[in-house]
Design a protein around this ligand. Sequence first.
Ligand SMILES: [Zn+2]
Length: 360
Amino acid sequence: MTVTTSKRVMASLTKNRVKQEEEGYLRQPDASLIRAIIANVRARRARTSLKLVQRRGDHTDLNSAKELALEGAKKLGPDEIPTTVDLKWRISGASLSAMTQKLAYQEIRDRKLKSVKPRSSTTTNLEIVSEGVKDAFGVDVTEAEIWKSIRSKHVSSTCAQFLWKTMHNLHMVGNRWLREGMPEEYQDRAICAICDNVESMDHILFRCEAPGQAEIWNELKVIWETTGLPWKQPDWGTALGAGCAVIKSETGVRKKPMEALWTILWTESVHLIWKLRCERVIHRDGEVHDKLAVKNAWYAAIDRRLTLNRRTAVLAKCKHDLKQGDVEAIWAPTIQGYRDLPEGWVGNGGVLVGIKRGQG
Ligand SMILES: [Zn+2]
């Protein structure tokens, strides 16, 4: 039996545990201690009971703890409390689903205030994206707006997770395999086997010669041109900052449905490129995809996304949800045989709808 006098510690170990683990213990002053306790409890094979006790009272354990504390007070320096946690039992970082924009932002702000260096690669990535967005769409976006754009309703949760991890350089790609302490036999993983370069997210998404990125961007270009709106080169701004797209008519009015379409198509494309690269490297033992298979995977991903939007629109409840009219406004230019579709096609699951197939 373990006893504690702290209601907060008790809550952290029990009812708040899952939530706090998911939040990555952001804004928890004693995170490393709580983490270490949880890891130790998990590592135990036996059941652990916890008891909350009053500070005053006759508890032998507490009394001995008090004695230890007194003894400690007589020492010259503080003891090191072991808080390193066996990797197996550690849950690190905040998971995206639990990470609210506010929490993430507070955490980043706090790190700056403490003048603890924030993950410098994140800062760099945010700068690259914001420069790219300015270049492509002529607008200035703040870091907070970039984070918010990732959580837009037009970004699917898998895409959001990918974007978030990319911004934080959390994917095991390229240089990360060369870090100090990495076993030497992993060094080969840093290299793109097709191009013989050190891999990076930039390489994978925009430069790699393996069938994938070039084919996908090309299909996207063909579809985008059906909107009659200008095409922009794939880069960090247009792709990873896709949720910040600003598209205006000639008279300067913002075209919200086309901005949504941009966000949808670009985030799905960028995520598919990553997915295919992982498939090739991890599951296909390096064997490249057939170019036609890449194209088909792209059409399948976009068609799936259209179907998903139609389904969600049918279930729309609150004013923030996409309505059937919104779905129609977003997707209309890309849909095969759009003019022949019956009225109410968005909500009519019996009507098969897909996007136009490019020639080539
Ligand atoms: Zn490559």
